[in-house]
Design a protein. Structure first.
Length: 416
């Protein structure tokens, strides 16, 4: 077997493993949103209290992205990613087996889960950047983005099946076993970069990015924080995550209360949002490469403008015929995940230095999950004190913020 065949075979195997690894992260992440209606019924917990738990997750995730984005630039992704997924799975096992309705205790546990979850994405993006040349990177990072979209959908689907047949405790137990198994698979078969292959790998992958030996922690830190494009992209993701996690975390509860359907049916309906997002992600990547000459920010702007219009209409159509509201939900999923995949996978290598991909991705994701944390607190508070309409208009403000920041980024890229 010649060198080219060997390299491509290993390259494909590593990418497939990475896809399923990050898919598995979401199984022990979105299950809490499906468990929330059951927790409110059994323990009398309020949306504000559960919003605090969700906010703890996202705050810890945001802090973790800052820390793990930097650490992940220097440590071996094979071990770091596996450790994060194993620890996240163990937290889910603890919650399922020893659940306590004390909000402070639950916030600490779910917050730890958020920190361990942050050990996944940045090292994975770094690993893809090391295995694929710059010419192919955008294509594979776009495909990689479908892992968390389909992971979101499958997490909601699996949790919906579990909660309809058993109870909310199994929503934490069964997904954790699947994720732990996947972590062990990556630990055994995964490889961070192709240097140790017995092939002349550099001629197949000239864009492989390695840190220079003299690249220090603080040099990389400053390089990330002083980059205006990275800051704009992070703020755009902050607004977008207000919308995205509005539907992912609050969707099952929203449909359960507004449309008076069962918890499992509400979970199934919510999963349509990320399912439509798969097509949105692939379309965003295709349009960027085929018609916009790799101007990813411009494509994101177009989709975010459409999302803003749909979010403006959604509060007025939710109580109309179910087919109308469902169609609009699908369109919003399509328009949300397209710019999201571009923001967290394709654009970070474009706006950062080659050696700082993990650090930039971590910082961008950190700002994004500040938005998710704010969404968890504010949505729960607004819905408890006023109504779901106020929550929806708060999500609309997130779409507006994202659109404005992305327009500024697109303008900078055009000037450059």
């Amino acid at each position: 077997m010649d060198d080219t065949t060997v390299f491509k075979k290993v390259q494909g195997r590593i990418f497939t493993l990475l896809w399923f690894v990050y898919f598995s992260f979401y199984l022990v992440r979105l299950n809490f949103s499906v468990a929330m209606p059951g927790l409110m019924l059994e323990f009398g917990l309020t949306k504000t209290q559960l919003g605090t738990v969700l906010a703890a997750f996202f705050a810890a995730y945001a802090i973790g992205q800052l820390i793990n984005g930097q650490i992940g630039s220097h440590l071996n992704s094979r071990y770091y990613i596996s450790l994060g997924l194993i620890l996240s799975s163990l937290i889910n096992l603890v919650i399922g087996l020893f659940f306590c309705p004390n909000i402070a205790f639950l916030s600490v546990l779910w917050g730890l889960n958020g920190f361990f979850q942050s050990m996944g994405w940045s090292p994975i993006v770094k690993t893809v950047a090391r295995w694929f040349s710059e010419k192919k990177r955008a294509k594979y990072l776009t495909i990689l983005g479908t892992s968390y979209i389909l992971g979101s959908a499958f997490a909601l689907f699996l949790a919906g099946i579990i909660v309809s047949r058993y109870n909310w405790r199994f929503v934490f137990l069964l997904p954790s076993l699947i994720s732990m198994f996947m972590a062990l698979i990556w630990l055994y078969f995964g490889r961070e970069s192709p240097e140790r292959l017995k092939t002349s790998w550099r001629k197949f992958n000239p864009g492989c990015n390695e840190l220079r030996p003299n690249e220090g922690f603080f040099e990389l830190f400053n390089e990330t924080f002083l980059n205006k494009k990275i800051i704009l992209l992070g703020l755009a993701l902050m607004g977008l995550n207000i919308v995205r996690y509005g539907f992912l975390d609050w969707g099952p509860t929203f449909f359960f209360e507004i449309q008076k359907i069962s918890i499992s049916s509400a979970a199934y309906k919510s999963l349509l949002f990320p399912i439509a997002g798969v097509l949105g992600a692939l379309t965003a990547g295709y349009l960027s490469l085929k018609f916009f000459h790799r101007n990813y920010a411009k494509v994101a702007c177009l989709m975010l403008f459409g999302l803003f219009i749909c979010m403006l209409l959604f509060p007025n159509v939710i109580r109309l015929q179910w087919s109308i509201s469902l169609s609009l939900l699908l369109i919003m999923g399509f328009l949300s995940f397209g710019p999201h995949v571009l923001s967290v996978s394709v654009l970070p290598p474009e706006v950062s230095s080659p050696r700082g991909v993990a650090a930039a991705t971590g910082f961008i994701d950190c700002l994004g999950y500040v938005g998710a944390a704010v969404n968890s607190l504010v949505t729960g508070l607004l819905v408890d004190r006023f109504s779901w309409t106020f929550g929806l208009y708060f999500w609309l403000s997130g779409a507006a913020l994202s659109l404005i920041m992305m327009l500024l980024l697109a303008r900078k890229k055009i000037k450059a």
